[in-house]
Ligand binder design. Structure first.
Ligand SMILES: C[S@@+](CC[C@H](N)C(=O)[O-])C[C@H]1O[C@@H](n2cnc3c(N)ncnc32)[C@H](O)[C@@H]1O
Length: 245
């Protein structure tokens, strides 16, 4: 890792956690790394990774392998704010979203930072009006397109699925009800741009908006938005929705 990248990581951590919080966080990460050397822990992690690849094989997909930002292929000035490609775990969207009153026929599922498209596959088991992946890395988009062709062979409920090669900071949402999905895709400067476009959408349209944010590093930015209700507030997942929905 370059010195400038280390400097940026430290500044970012202080921004999110404060100086003392960053120190405690660094200790926690170190402890985790030391524990990982423990053979039982390491074996459990390896088993999880293997199962991830096996599920890909079962469905004929290519979503499991992590891609570091050093290998990204994008001209975006926001590359420095991106997290690496890492797929969301194989969550059951139907179960996750069951407590909420979602009208799937009128709602677009939009994954900001969709990578190889695993979330699109998982969402396709529900009858969303549209499923859209927004990803700025050209290679990941090409892989996602192949994955979509593959999973369209299954008996999925969503009809319209696409992946768009675009920076999430510049993306304009379709004029439908929205479920915006994010799995810790980018840092504060891009998240702030996304929040600006969601506010603009809210001001201009009456459609409902739901935010499903996994590993919500910048959840505090969403919590400040008074047009949103907090429906779930856990360390690994936050869900927000506009008051009328
Ligand atoms: C942690 S991965 C999540 C992948 C996918 N959402 C999933 O759940 O399987 C984050 C993704 O966000 C993408 N990303 C980061 N910054 C972005 C930006 N400004 N615009 C579009 N995509 C971005 C990265 O390329 C990466 O694929």
């Amino acid at each position: 890792m370059k010195i400038s990248q280390i400097k940026y990581k430290i500044e970012k951590s202080i921004d999110i956690r404060g100086v003392v919080g960053s120190f405690l966080y660094a200790l926690k990460v170190l402890k985790k790394k030391v524990l990982m050397i423990h053979p039982t822990k390491r074996k459990a992690l390896e088993k999880m990774r293997q199962e991830d690849f096996e599920l890909d094989k079962t469905y004929g997909l290519d979503t499991a392998a992590i891609v570091s930002t050093d290998n990204f292929n994008t001209d975006s000035e926001n590359l420095k704010y991106a997290t690496q490609y890492q797929p969301i775990s194989w969550i059951d969207f139907e179960k996750l979203l069951a407590p909420y009153n979602i009208n799937y026929n009128t709602t677009s599922f939009v994954d900001l930072g969709s990578g190889k498209g695993r979330s699109l596959f998982l969402a396709a088991s529900l009858p969303f009006k549209r499923i859209i992946g927004v990803e700025f890395d050209k290679n990941l988009v090409a892989i996602a397109e192949k994955n979509i062709q593959e999973f369209k062979k299954y008996n999925i409920k969503a009809k319209y699925i696409e992946t768009i090669c675009q920076d999430a900071a510049k993306y304009q949402f379709p004029e439908t009800d929205l479920l915006i999905f994010m799995y810790n895709p980018f840092d504060k400067p891009v998240m702030e741009k996304v929040i600006e476009s969601v506010i603009k959408f809210y001001d201009q349209h009456t459609n409902s908006i739901m935010i499903v944010y996994f590993n919500p590093v910048y959840g505090n930015l969403w919590k400040k938005q008074h047009f949103l209700n907090v429906l779930k507030d856990e360390s690994n997942l936050q869900i927000y929705a506009t008051k009328q929905s």
